[in-house]
Ligand binder design. Structure first.
Ligand code: SF4
Length: 357
């Protein structure tokens, strides 16, 4: 378990972000927010995958109006992503949004910022300040010449200052860049001077494969330093994949306790079974399990059981059969045709036993 830098706790709907070692998983809808059916369907899929907070774009009145109906049909806090337009922020707040992502320095006149802050205060809604290396304020680009980690932190402090002047402190901050070293530096510096929870993300990280690697490198480095209270993996892919990657990443650092882990071998010349498809099938099967068990799928019995000694349950392939083993000790042999089904039964039994304790 990698302990967090302590920050101010900020309430978002029925969750608290910051102030503890928990790291909350977020994602963002790809649907048109005004299309309530499609948006709700996507959010329900995200919930099932383990998403804890979901953001939707609120870029027009129809999107802001849709929030009321969407909120009735989902079970996790909903965040409105708003750029510049304070009236949309007010409408989203009125319609029951749980958090607003808006940069106060971009709203415009003081009265408009005050109106948003007042509405948030009245409803107990936090604001996320989203600094992005690609859209820094002109005065910072003039000062620094180009986007830098220091410019990003200064931008965050600028927006935070506006809210603090209005005695508003339910703030969450992100400092996203697609340049991984810059993002790590920006978040690292921000963690030293910003007392609010940090929302981690590597923006525009890319496709499922490349984006997962970039996000894991950047966010993983920060998590290992105890930085970050909430994460969003940004992928050019189904957002459910973002949640899966986030869960896997948090598991790596012991920051998630309600998920099963798969151990599987890379295979070698000793392999006698179709391990890749078995591993994928088992991974899919355990992805919905909400208890911290470890399952191993190994190509052979020579090194397998020993290599997965920590696993609660596992299977090792042999010619025409599978060897089921628990904590590295074989419990029985099963024919190859039914070995995955037998493994699933054993997994179910362990989950039931775990839930009963
Ligand atoms: Fe090779 Fe067996 Fe190790 Fe898999 S478990 S890598 S098949 S020796």
């Amino acid at each position: 378990m990698y302990l967090r830098h302590q920050t101010r706790p900020v309430k978002v709907g029925n969750l608290v972000i910051g102030g503890s070692d928990e790291v909350i998983i977020q994602s963002m809808c790809t649907t048109k927010t005004a299309d309530v059916e499609a948006t709700v369907a996507e959010i329900l899929r995200l919930e099932e995958a383990g998403c804890q907070v979901v953001r939707v774009t609120v870029n027009n009145d129809e999107a802001a109006d849709a929030i009321k109906e969407i909120k009735k049909r989902i079970h996790i806090p909903l965040v409105a992503d708003i750029h510049f337009n304070y009236k949309l922020a007010l409408k989203a707040i009125e319609n029951g949004i749980d958090k607003v992502r808006i940069n106060p320095g971009n709203i415009g006149k003081r009265e408009k910022v005050e109106a948003v802050v007042k509405a948030c205060k009245e409803k107990g809604i936090p604001i996320r300040i989203g600094v992005n290396a690609g859209s820094l304020e002109n005065h910072l680009l003039e000062k620094y010449g180009y986007p830098t980690a220091d410019a990003m932190v200064e931008s965050a402090l600028f927006h935070i200052g506006i809210l603090e002047e209005l005695d508003f402190h339910d703030i969450i901050v992100s400092l996203k860049a697609s340049d991984v070293p810059m993002a790590i530096e920006a978040y690292g510096k921000a963690a030293q001077v910003i007392p609010y929870p940090l929302h981690l993300g590597i923006t525009e990280a890319g496709t499922l494969h490349a984006g997962t690697i970039k996000s894991s490198a950047g966010i993983g480095a920060l998590l290992s330093m105890g930085i970050g209270s909430t994460v969003r993996i940004s992928l050019s892919a189904d957002p459910v994949e973002e949640v899966k990657v986030a869960r896997e990443l948090l598991k790596t650092f012991g920051l998630i306790t309600n998920a099963a882990t798969l151990v599987s071998c890379p295979t070698c010349g000793r392999l006698d079974i179709d391990l890749f498809s078995i591993a994928n099938e088992v991974e899919e099967y355990i992805s919905k399990i909400k208890v911290p068990i470890k399952v191993s799928v190994l190509g052979c019995a020579v090194n397998g059981p020993g290599e997965a000694r920590e696993a609660d349950i596992g299977i090792a392939g042999a010619r025409g059969e599978g060897l089921l083993f628990r904590y590295g000790k074989m419990i029985r042999k099963v024919p190859e045709e039914i070995m995955v089904e037998e493994l699933k039964k054993e997994i179910d039994a362990i989950v039931v036993a775990y839930e009963a304790t």
